[in-house]
Each structure stands twice: as structure tokens, then as C-alpha cells.
Design a protein around this ligand. Structure first.
Ligand SMILES: *Cc1c(COP(=O)(O)O)cnc(C)c1O
Length: 380
């Protein structure tokens, strides 16, 4: 076996497969629907650049990120943003320097008059933008009350040839909860906003509302474009798995040390764990600095042929596994999470052990863990 300490193996074939699954789901409602692969936060920890490339190969029209800086980083890595295949960024402070993003062809979302003014100030030629309305999430976007003025100002700027409103977007609050009443309410508000934009003379080609759970569970939220993040990485946004999605990240490490200890041995800070019999302890050299949640009580890893609980506290750089009388040696593989195919836990299992969501488990895997890409075009 290879001689690594730990690594995250990213399966780009899984990414491509998941993009196709999500695109097919969107096209069941609208055969012309397009997909935006959301690669913010370094591709949810998977690596934004390789994921962006793989997603585009699989048919993703657009790429989405939170910040203009993330968009510029993609472009500097050779991923293009064109009017037909844009990179869209939606989270920025009105006085930050957006010129590099605009110059590079990034399409920004406009949540307020201040954001529109900032674009008009910074743009040297006509730029494509997306208007963002808050249809109920209470986070980004203009309130329905402010949206009328925003569309009026944007329409005037478009008539002056300074912007082109190519998108209208909003974000769902509860698409992961089956039958939640807020979703149809948000869809209705989004329809009203689209009608208002149309009445103001705007013709955004891309109306987009759905995230991954919206795409999978709410056909009425499909519109022209779906913005999928977590599903691209093969993780379910729901409490239950989504058939057909394949987790793209496998986090693995190798045992650094084993030791035979007697009954009553305390393990790790606070000595919260004590061995109940003579046993073999295995030291796994990854910890909370690598993104392993310290608070994941009861989390398990797959080691020497079975799933085993973590013994005692997870430390900054390491944790311990109690292996009983099983044969385990330094260098043995430890699967922390993956697809589950080999018996290992999934990111969803870790999320369950840490009272969080799969999104957080993969996204916080830190820079000390090298990413290794596998799949058809991983070598590119
Ligand atoms: C992160 C994000 C998404 C992607 O959501 P998923 O649930 O990961 O699919 C879509 N839209 C916006 C505005 C986001 O911030």
C-alpha cells in the first residue's frame, strides 16, 4: 500500500455521474433545464478546480461560488467564464474590489441598490448580472418590498447599456423538508418577482431557485437552471440517502502506531475512555485540525476489517481506536468515511454522530490532508 499519512481521494467519475443524475432530475420537469455546479468553499472541500472541470465535462452549464474571489481563482486556474457558460458569485460586500471579477467575466448577483451601484461604478463595459430576491429565506437578496425599485434601477441601467440582467435568482429555506409549506410560498413569490422583472422590461434567460434538495424533491422549483452543490459531491441533503448519488470523497489514513495495553488504560485527553480488558490500541494520525469533528461522539472508522468506535477524545492531530484482540499493525488502512461500499461509514454517518449535516463534514476537511484525484480524466 502507498505510504501516505492520510489523504482525501476524490472520485471525479462520481462527480460526473452525480451531475448527470441531477441534470436528469431537473430535465424531468423542464427538458431544457441547465445545471449550475456549485463549487464554493473549495468545492465543498473536494477541490474547486478539478470538480469544476469534471462538472463541465458532465454537462454543467454554469459554475457557482459564493465570493468573487473564488470565481477569480477558478479563472486563474484556466476555467473560463463566458456568457454561455458563466461563473456566478453571489456573496460580496458592496465596497469590496470587484473589478478583477468583472474584468474576468464573472457574473455577480445583485442583492441591493448598493450592490448595483458598485457594479455600475466598477464596470468598464457592459456586464451581465443576476438580480437576487429574498423570497423567504431571510438571508441574501432584496426583500420583495425593495425588489421593485431594484428592478426599475436595473432596467434603466440595462437601457443605458451598462448591465445586462441575465439571471433572476433566489434561494430556498426548507427544500430538504418534505412537504414544507414555505417552499410553494417561495415559488409563488419567485413567480411574482419574475413577472415584475418582465413588466420592467427585463428578460433574464436564467431564472434559478432550486438547490440540490429543490432539484430532487420540488419539481416546481426547477425553472431554467438548478444550482446544485451537495448532490454533485454525492451527499444527500435529506435525512435519508438519495438513490443514485455516489459520494465523491473518501477520507483515509494509515495507522501510525499500535500498542498492547492492559485493562483500565485511560485513553486521550481527560481520560474519558478506559479499556475494559487487555487490548490493542491503534493511533490514527488525523484530528480536529484536519476537520475531524472533536464533538462527534460515537463516530466510527473502518479498520482491520470492521467498523470500530473512536476511543476517547479526538485531539488536534490524532485519535485512538480500540481494536481488541484483532490483528492491526502500523501502516494499516483506516477508512474514516467514504461511499460505504467497503463497510466504512459515510459522511452522513459522521454527520449523524456529530449532530450536523454531511455538508459540514466534507467541507471542513482541512488543507493538511492532500487531495488525490481518481477517475477517467483525473490526470489532466
Ligand atoms: C450553497 C448554495 C447552493 C447549493 O446548495 P446545495 O444544497 O449544496 O445544493 C445553491 N444556491 C446558493 C445561493 C447557495 O449558497
Amino acid at each position: 500500500m502507498d505510504n501516505i499519512r492520510a489523504e482525501a481521494v476524490i472520485d471525479l467519475d462520481a462527480v460526473r455521474h452525480n451531475v448527470q443524475v441531477l441534470l436528469a432530475a431537473a430535465r424531468r420537469t423542464n427538458p431544457a433545464a441547465a445545471l449550475m455546479a456549485v463549487v464554493k468553499a473549495d468545492g465543498y472541500g473536494h477541490g474547486a478546480v478539478p470538480v469544476a472541470r469534471a462538472a463541465r465535462e458532465a454537462g454543467a452549464t454554469a459554475l457557482g461560488v459564493a465570493t468573487p474571489g473564488e470565481a477569480v481563482a477558478l479563472i486563474e486556474a484556466g476555467i473560463v467564464s463566458t456568457p454561455e457558460q458563466p461563473i456566478v458569485a453571489w456573496l460580496w460586500v458592496p465596497d469590496e474590489d470587484i473589478r478583477p471579477a468583472l474584468t474576468a467575466g464573472v457574473q455577480l448577483a445583485i442583492s441591493s441598490r448598493a450592490h448595483l451601484d458598485a457594479v455600475l461604478q466598477a464596470a468598464r463595459s457592459q456586464v451581465a448580472v443576476h438580480l437576487k430576491i429574498d423570497t423567504g429565506l431571510g438571508r441574501g437578496g432584496a426583500t420583495p418590498a425593495d425588489f421593485a425599485e431594484l428592478t426599475r434601477l436595473a432596467a434603466r441601467a440595462e437601457q443605458d447599456g451598462r448591465v445586462r440582467v441575465v439571471g433572476l435568482m433566489s434561494h430556498l429555506a426548507c427544500a430538504d423538508e418534505p412537504d414544507d409549506q414555505s417552499v410553494p410560498e417561495q415559488i409563488a413569490r419567485f413567480d411574482r418577482a419574475a413577472a415584475e422583472a418582465g413588466a420592467a422590461g427585463l428578460t433574464p434567460a436564467w431564472r434559478h431557485l432550486a438547490n440540490t434538495p429543490g432539484t430532487l424533491a420540488w419539481p416546481g422549483a426547477t425553472y431554467d437552471l438548478v444550482r446544485c452543490g451537495i448532490g454533485v459531491y454525492g451527499i444527500s441533503p435529506f435525512d435519508v440517502p438519495v438513490p443514485g448519488l455516489v459520494p465523491a470523497m473518501t477520507l483515509r489514513a494509515r495507522v501510525a502506531l499500535t500498542k498492547r495495553v492492559p485493562a483500565g488504560q485511560g485513553v486521550s485527553y481527560g481520560l474519558r475512555y478506559r479499556t475494559t480488558a487487555e487490548t490493542t490500541l491503534a493511533l490514527v494520525p488525523v484530528g480536529y485540525a484536519d476537520g475531524i469533528p472533536r464533538t462527534a461522539a460515537g463516530a466510527q472508522v473502518f479498520l482491520a476489517g470492521s467498523r470500530r468506535p473512536i476511543a476517547g477524545r479526538i485531539a488536534m492531530d490524532q485519535f485512538v481506536v480500540d481494536c481488541g484482540d484483532d490483528q492491526v499493525a502500523p501502516g494499516d488502512e483506516v477508512l474514516i468515511f467514504g461511499t460505504g461500499e467497503r463497510g466504512e461509514p459515510t459522511a452522513a454517518d459522521w454527520a449523524g454522530a456529530d449532530a450536523t449535516i454531511g455538508y459540514e463534514i466534507v467541507t471542513r476537511i482541512g488543507p493538511r490532508i492532500p487531495r488525490r484525484y481518481v477517475g477517467r480524466s483525473a490526470a489532466e
